[in-house]
Design a protein around this ligand. Structure first.
Ligand code: BG6
Length: 466
């Protein structure tokens, strides 16, 4: 089997709102999550990121742990309202300093920074003006991106504009479980269009400023398998591919929407509405790479019934309901599947298959696996965090990744989610993903898990862990 390429990066990932805390310190403005998570009934048991795991104050300690683990790259996001409290205009220099110090600390340990510009924490000030539904937010995003390039661009080579647009738009504007809690597919499609435009504007700025690096977009990689081979289930699964995959990948990789589907949404709801020049922006400013976040596959069947949006947020197995759209398709349990406590199917082959599907549709685009991991309640035995299920999960997925590389995919890095235990947006702190445990009873003290030592060995052996 082909080994991982020589300069393949072994990394790990986090996102600002989920780790930083200090939500109102040192001049930071509020984000939509700071506001939304304080509304009654929005998150699991009212959990929020006000303090999160206090990475803002413990950054040096956390980077030292990364270095000890041998991490070669760290994917983190910048909190837009920490740099621009009002979303545009006045710069908060204390915020710039935090990320500048983080980048310097990483580079001092030879850890390659990968920045995500937007991991869901829109400045509330921009939401108040219409959020992703208005063009001025895309323009503000370009201003924010230019600020980041100007301050960090000489030290950072890997950039991603957006993380998982389907999630923040889908939940923000269809299911209503993320801010701004809207339930309107037409508004979702238009907001999503503004995100693609914001992405293209940020890529354009990247090229104009001659940043010496690469810029991409991060999407969920979610393979769909029909429940049966009936024509109805096959059609439902293809539709799920079109809506969940092609709609999100085509505009940033091909520069156009999937033709058939866009004709349908425009006939049905009149969206997406294009402003003059949008076509050209999308076509001209495409990604240098694509980031793929892979956790699970979905088993799909036809849905003659109602829209269903019930999910498992408690970690009690089988407590999640079905998820689907009226008259289109729904995601159901695979009767032969192996599931996590949050009812996510564990299916490593999906990583190989998913990567190969992307290669088939979009050609030889460089790929980074920007997230992959197991959310679990980790067992503590004699004070040690024995997260063997996470090790097993990651090992199987590293094998699956190696298979895709052997089949010819240009995969350049692997970033398990997450470096450290952190806040899961709607599932609180008990859904753990990290190599580093955070003790919420003991002043957020850090502790190395079993997987910390295992991943250290995986990095050291360049993926040769069996
Ligand atoms: C991705 C996000 O959707 O999956 C992360 O980019 C998130 O921010 C991760 O935490 C795991 O999802 P969850 O819902 O288990 O926290």
């Amino acid at each position: 089997m082909a080994a991982f390429p020589k300069d393949f990066l072994w990394g790990a990932a986090t996102a600002a709102y989920q780790v930083e805390g200090a939500h109102d310190e040192d001049g930071k403005g509020l984000s939509i999550w700071d506001v939304f998570s304080h509304l009654p009934g929005t998150t699991y048991q009212g959990t929020n990121g006000d303090v999160a795991v206090d990475h803002y104050h413990r950054m040096q300690e956390d980077v030292a742990l990364m270095a000890e683990m041998g991490l070669q790259s760290y994917r983190f996001s910048i909190s837009w309202p920490r740099l621009l409290p009002n979303g545009r205009g006045e710069v908060n220099e204390a915020g710039v300093k935090f990320y500048s110090d983080l980048i310097d600390a990483l580079l001092a340990h030879n850890i390659v920074p990968m920045i995500t510009l937007y991991h869901w924490d829109l400045p509330q000030a921009l939401q108040d003006e219409g959020g992703w539904e208005v063009r001025s937010t895309a323009e503000a995003f370009e201003e924010y991106a230019r600020l980041c390039y100007a301050r960090f661009g000489s030290r950072v080579k890997l950039w991603a504009t957006f993380n998982e647009t389907i999630v923040f738009i889908g939940h923000g504007y269809i299911t209503g479980s993320h801010p701004p809690s809207v339930k309107d597919p037409a508004r979702a499609i238009q907001a999503c269009h503004q995100v693609f435009i914001a992405h293209a504007m940020a890529v354009k700025a990247f090229r104009e400023m001659n940043i010496d690096g690469q810029i991409g977009f991060v999407n969920v990689l979610q393979p769909h398998t029909p429940l049966t081979d009936s024509p109805e289930d096959t059609a439902a699964s293809e539709l799920a591919d079109a809506i969940h995959t092609h709609w999100l990948y085509d505009p940033v990789l091909k520069g156009t929407y999937p033709a058939e589907l866009v004709t349908q949404t425009q006939a049905l709801w009149g969206v997406p509405r294009f402003a003059p020049g949008d076509d050209e922006l999308l076509r001209k400013y495409r990604c240098d790479f694509i980031g793929l976040n892979y956790y699970r596959r979905e088993t799909v069947t036809a849905n003659p019934g109602e829209t269903l949006t019930q999910s498992n947020h408690s970690g009690e197995k089988n407590s999640g309901g079905e998820f689907g759209f009226k008259g289109l398709f729904k995601f159901v349990r695979n009767p032969n599947g192996v599931y996590t406590d949050w009812d996510w199917e564990i299916w490593p082959q999906g990583l190989t298959d998913g990567i190969m599907t992307i290669k088939e549709r979009y050609g030889d685009i460089p790929i980074y696996i920007t997230e992959n991991g197991l959310g679990a309640k980790d067992p503590i035995v004699d004070g040690e965090i024995v997260d063997q299920p996470r090790i097993d999960y990651l090992r199987m997925h590293i094998d699956a990744l190696e298979k895709a590389i052997a089949l010819g995919a240009d995969v350049r890095g692997y970033y398990p989610w997450s470096f450290i235990d952190l806040l899961s947006w709607l599932n609180g702190y008990k859904k753990q993903y990290g190599f580093v445990y955070v003790d919420h009873q003991q002043n957020l003290a850090r502790k190395r898990k079993k997987s910390f030592y295992w991943y250290k060995e995986a990095i050291n052996s360049h993926g040769n862990v069996r």
